[in-house]
Design a protein. Sequence first.
Length: 506
Amino acid sequence: MFSKPKKINLRLLISLIILLAIFIGTSLILWESENKVSDNPIIVEAAKDLNSYEIYIDFDPDSKSLECRQRVEYKNRSKDDLESLYFHLYPNAFKYEDKPVFPAELMGRAYPAGNFTSAYLEIDNLKVNDDPGDYMILGFSEDLLMIDLDEILAPGDTAIVDMTYRVQLAECYGRFGYDDISYRLGNCYPIACVYGDSGWSLHRYYDIGDPFYSDMANYKVVVKAPKEYTIASTGDVVKRKKKGKQALTEIRAQAVRDFAWLASDSFKLSSKKLGDTTVNSYFYTGQGKEALDFAVAALKAYNDAFGQYPYNQLSVVQTNFFIGGMEYPNLVMIDCDMYSSSRLDSLEYIIAHELAHQWWYGLVGNDQVMEPWIDEGLTEYSTILYYGLVSTSYTEDQVIDMVQYNKYKAAQARSPYLYPEIDETIDRPVYEFEDWETYDLLVYGKAALMFHGIRETIGDDLFFDVLKEYYKEYRFLNVNKDDIVGVFNRVTGRDFGPYFDQWLYD
Ligand SMILES: [Zn+2]
């Protein structure tokens, strides 16, 4: 059978063509850039089976606040039935003046306006699997969210948590806060606490060290911000479009243990490609191009020494972070004061340090509250290694002498007078250190010398074999003391247990 074709409605056809043209045109105009999510097989494999976060953020620089909508798909990867879920609400650690995240002597520098201002996170609404959620805010400074589950979450099962919340920022030069130039959004969203062999890890935000501990997860984050703002972040920008005075930036990050971002309307960007990784230097004054060169040199050195950095991008961001530098996955914050031409040596040192954390913390994770020496000591020693791997202004021996050896030895020498009670135990939780100086001497200095002693005993070839094996075996996981000591023992065929114990506890 053959049916006569119907007469085409010309007017309808023209309308359709016009609509199609508008749609294509609009798409071309609005979508400024579109990049792919990482297809590196190592990342694709690591990203399977992880918790996922989808966060929509409306950033308002006028009110210094974020309105957020967040969905977490939380999978119970433990062997236990879970009756509740816990999340850190780190912004609330900045809520109360009498519970600060800075030691008393640093409060004046942390709050430059001269007085404390409160920052916090307020939850408006929370649902679990589409039903209203039963939750409580707990913790030292209301920095924990406990969700009571209606039904037990069995091993392998997933719960979907939807929440809306508002984050208020304060003028503060810490990891989380703003100043005239930039907004630092480190630890700014509810992140799932780690559930391990001894249950939930519910540490608060201590005023010493980097008191964080988290699991790998996948992220899709969309930030709506005034279009003149540049966003530097963990992960890859996959889309950016302008909408009136606003811009939407869609970011994807797979297999990362946290998500951090900064926003500024003053950032300049300088980038270089090293293999499959784009290295970005965001800066607004001073030696931003030199910062980029240091970062590229460090990335190349560590790729060769430890194993390949698997992500698409790595950003070094100049900002008003008065403590020096801070590591997050794919992103490090560097104190703007380091960017002057007279402080290039310090800038190089601090970039070399923070970039080593991409391996030791970012990829091989550990509980930074309970065993901070694992990532910090090895990172400090990796910084020393950098000077042997890259030809630059100082040799490795000079750096050992200048930075750690002298600092630690000097403290030891004067300890009978200034530190009569100094306890030289490296392996203790951050909250058991007397102050930042003792923490620095032991967790950075003495622990770095501990790794140096092993290298001097076994030689470079074997030492770097150990680091490569450690990275390959434990990347995307969390380790403890037994894991790191075990790798040294396995690869060298010796027993370094007593050696570690002597350094860690004597
Ligand atoms: Zn560090």
